[in-house]
Design a protein around this ligand. Sequence first.
Ligand code: BG6
Ligand code: MG
Length: 212
Amino acid sequence: MKKIEAFIFDLDGVLTDTAEYHYQAWKRLADEEGLPFNRRDNEKLRGVSRRASLELILKDRPVSEEKIREMMERKNGYYRSHLEWMDEKDLLPGAVDILEKLKSKGCRLALASASKNAPTVVKRLKIGSYFEVIADGNSVEKTKPAPDLFLFVSEKLNLLPEKCIVVEDAEAGIAAAKAAGMATIGIGPPERVGEADHIYPGVWAIKLEEVL
Ligand code: BG6
Ligand code: MG
């Protein structure tokens, strides 16, 4: 029987609610550009890279590469202004608890986020020391739903993918983990993470006896 040796956590929307900050930043940009965008559209952007997110917002509008870059930078500026105020109180309920529990059980821990801002967020939340490996939006070229980020992590851990379980709040993240051959825990509603092996409303609700 497969034995899980490592937990790979997504960051945004799993350990902290930066998903809301990403939404607010995209919404501000979309409003400035007169582009329709609402919370429902935003659900599709979870876990998706900055460029792919913008492409989803733009749909098939023709936009120059220069303008795309300018809009990505503008959105990132809005997003980063939210991070300035961030600290440990922005950890979601149960985040530290699950990391501590897993450590005490001898599980190995890693973080795999599609965000290029992940190192800043990890620092602000003061959770860096929990993880053996931290992979972010700079670690691989093809981000979620491609399996590359999770495979990068399992290689760094020197573990087979089947020994890893991924904790994700995004449809794209669950797809990426499955494509990597890893078990999955979905955080959020079944409409979003219904493809996961286990589904919980938040990390606080994860029952380790069900997943290990
Ligand atoms: C993911 C978020 O973690 O990172 C996405 O869920 C975001 O919403 C992506 O677009 C890229 O983030 P960043 O910080 O590199 O723009
Ligand atoms: Mg996420």
